[in-house]
Design a protein around this ligand. Structure first.
Ligand code: MN
Length: 227
């Protein structure tokens, strides 16, 4: 075995409710997966092929604090259901896709909307708007063996106690098994992969001092302070 020539980076992991850690390999995020959000962003809500971008594994942050990032004055909240995979592969059929899911969590896909908008306009990649430090606040994972596979139920985000985003997971354009199947045609999925499954309508800006409370029926809530 060769020796590493620099200090090895830590294994990224997210906490599991009741104890333990789930190690993270990759983070896939789907865009515009709720029709009402596609419309509010100025897009056609009809079902066309899904598209994905990625965050970095170490962008996930269970700390409950979100430091307002540099170089943006329009940072938005997006509440999302996290799907965590215990196994993977390629060309996974929709019918078997849920067999690969270990569990679920509540998360936020924090977005530097101004930088993302500029990137879209210029035909550039989205990382600068999406994959920045601590851009993925995440709650504790709950195992599917306990919570099942949520395909409906309320998904909501409050800022300072006021409801800003609300929807139902049954409004997802691409359902969780379809997302897994589609991704597995283009990537080799593996244990530790995370999918952020899109946000309902009502995205909007946050400011330092705000408290965000994200909740998903059956999974509990995640409170994050903007600092
Ligand atoms: Mn998102």
């Amino acid at each position: 075995m060769s020796s590493y020539v620099i200090q090895t980076p830590p294994v990224v992991s997210i906490p599991v409710a009741g104890g333990g850690q789930f190690p993270v390999r990759r983070v896939y995020c789907i865009g515009r997966n709720y029709a009402a959000h596609a419309i509010e962003m100025g897009h056609d809500p009809n079902r066309e092929s899904p598209f994905f971008f990625q965050k970095n594994p170490d962008n996930l942050d269970p700390s409950g604090e979100f430091p307002y990032p540099a170089h943006s004055s329009d940072v938005h909240h997006e509440v999302e259901l996290v799907v965590a995979l215990k196994s993977g592969g390629t060309n996974i059929p929709v019918e078997n896709a849920l067999d690969h899911v270990w569990g679920y969590a509540v998360s936020l896909d924090m977005t530097r909307r101004d930088l993302q908008g500029e990137a879209k306009k210029l035909g550039r990649p989205w990382e600068i708007g999406k994959a920045f430090e601590r851009s993925g606040p995440v709650g504790a994972l709950k195992p599917a063996s306990e919570v099942g596979h949520p395909d409906h139920g309320r998904i909501e985000l409050k800022v300072n106690g006021e409801v800003k985003q609300e929807g139902d997971m049954n409004q997802m354009i691409w359902k969780v098994p379809e997302m897994i199947s589609y991704l597995s045609e283009y990537f080799e999925l593996a244990p530790g992969d995370i999918i952020m499954s899109g946000t309902p309508s009502g995205v909007g800006p946050v400011s330092k001092g705000d408290t965000m409370e994200a909740s998903i029926e059956g999974l509990g809530s995640l409170t994050v302070k903007v600092v």
